[in-house]
Write a protein that binds this ligand. Structure first.
Ligand code: ADP
Ligand code: MG
Length: 435
């Protein structure tokens, strides 16, 4: 595998670089200023949606299993004003010089004549998908984007963009789906999530599951979201880290390895093949009780890649069980401390080992980050997201955040890796309106 991007190398002893989250006031000001400068009038309002990070339950979504994401304090902010016609005009700081102009009556899926380019696909795609879902006709709109979710770090800057658009359009077009901030309408939001997923899959052409959009739209502050990826059912699980003086430290490895698309597809194919051999719809139908029998069946299948199917299946089934265990721990009503904290950390560590050995989706940068964090006192650490780069997470005492981050920087310097970046992942609020 090779790096596709060159980043400055980590230097031992240097200060760790943290990506700050904008406050609500800063987000409102940044998006509103950009809107007013660009379009010469005030927006109807500013809406936001968070990025997300998955605590445990990796590569389980397409197997019908469980995931446990939280919403980040890092958000995409969208200042938006409804128009009377069907035109969409978009601006973001990255494309400040030009305003992109689209027509709701002309846009269509990737590969069609109405194909929409780059980040516009995520925003216009949501409007298109809402209309496809029978919620139109919508009005056109002008929108200015200001996001502090790091791009391409596995923290779902794309879902943040979609979900901010969805709650804004829900509001200005009076769709009545998202509900007020103090009483979010979960069923309505699940419908908005579907439109966001459709925008990502069909308009942007990215074949992702629905975890990112569900997290951005349906999480709660101070909670993790247990998401059943088979039926979209959710449970809000207490995860108020600040109350326990704990921090979930995100380590953006800045590593991007090639072959990722092929590897993702290969993992999905192996899971489908294993499920077919086992006569189940999805691997989530296998439990820890039936795992030994299932693995024996795969071994005896006569396939040349039987050992691979065994390993992939073992990861999926044990990862779903680990997610269930962590959820049960977090729900037991006692503080996340002592033995309980050690158990939670051990589940995160076991998740990483399973992803490294059985699922083979880690990379040296992820493995080194996790090892350095644990050695510096993290209760648990694991890769998060699809793998082959992206981010790792470490559960640490808030007082130890700096020491753990420094230990990762030093380990990266020792290995000659690019400098990592960090962020503090306090479990935060879902998409909504700011002003
Ligand atoms: P991730 O969602 O993990 O950050 P993706 O590749 O799914 O990575 O999404 C990144 C894409 O989302 C970018 O290439 C860009 O098209 C779009 N995007 C996200 N944030 C912004 C932004 N602030 N300005 C413009 N485009 C953005
Ligand atoms: Mg994404």
């Amino acid at each position: 595998m090779s790096h596709t991007e060159t980043q400055p190398a980590a230097v031992a002893g240097t200060e760790p670089v943290f990506s700050p989250a904008l406050s609500a006031q800063e987000g409102i000001a940044a998006a509103t200023d950009l809107f007013e400068e660009t379009f010469g009038e005030a927006p109807d309002g500013v809406w936001y949606a968070p990025g997300r990070v998955n605590v445990i339950g990796e590569h389980t979504d397409y197997n019908g299993g469980l995931a446990l994401p939280i919403a980040l304090p890092h958000r995409a902010h969208l200042a938006l004003r409804r128009r009377e016609d069907r035109i969409i005009r978009l601006v973001s700081p990255q494309t400040r010089e030009t305003v992109d102009v689209l027509d709701l009556d002309a846009i269509g899926p990737k590969g069609s004549t109405g194909e929409v380019r780059h980040w516009n696909a995520y925003v216009a795609g949501v409007a298109w998908a809402l209309e496809q879902d029978g919620l139109g006709p919508l009005s056109g709109f002008d929108a200015a984007l200001y996001s502090c979710v790091p791009l391409g770090g596995g923290l779902s800057s794309s879902a943040a963009l979609e979900c901010a658009t969805a709650v804004a359009l829900d509001d200005v077009c009076a769709l009545g789906l998202a509900g007020p901030a103090d009483a979010p309408d979960d069923a309505g939001r699940a419908r908005l999530v579907k439109a966001c997923i459709r925008a990502e899959n069909e308009m942007a052409g990215a074949p992702t599951g629905g975890m990112d959009q569900s997290a951005s739209m349906r999480c709660r502050a101070g909670h993790a979201l247990e998401l059943d990826c088979r039926d979209g059912g959710v449970t809000h699980v207490p995860f108020d880290l600040a109350a326990e003086d704990l921090t979930l430290l995100v380590i953006d490895t800045k590593a991007k390895h090639s072959l990722v698309d092929g590897q993702y597809g290969a993992r999905r194919q192996a899971c489908e093949d294993a499920a077919q051999i086992l006569g189940v719809e999805l691997l989530a139908d296998i439990t820890e009780d039936t795992l030994a029998d299932a693995l024996a069946t795969l071994e005896a299948s006569g396939r040349s890649d039987a050992a691979v199917l065994v390993a992939r299946t073992r990861h999926v089934v044990t990862e779903i069980a680990r997610t269930q265990r962590l959820v049960a721990l977090l729900q037991d009503g006692t503080p996340l401390a002592g033995q309980k904290l050690a158990q939670a950390g051990a589940l995160m560590n076991a998740s990483h080992e399973s992803l490294r050995v059985d699922y083979e989706v880690t990379c040296p940068e992820l493995d080194v980050a996790v090892a350095a964090a644990r050695a510096a006192g993290a209760y648990g650490a694991r890769m998060t997201g699809g793998g082959f780069g992206g981010s790792a997470i470490a559960l640490v005492d808030s007082s130890a955040v700096d020491a753990v981050a420094r230990a990762v920087v030093d380990a990266y310097a020792e290995h000659g890796f690019a400098a990592p970046a960090f962020l503090n992942a306090a479990p935060s609020a879902p998409a909504g309106r700011l002003a």
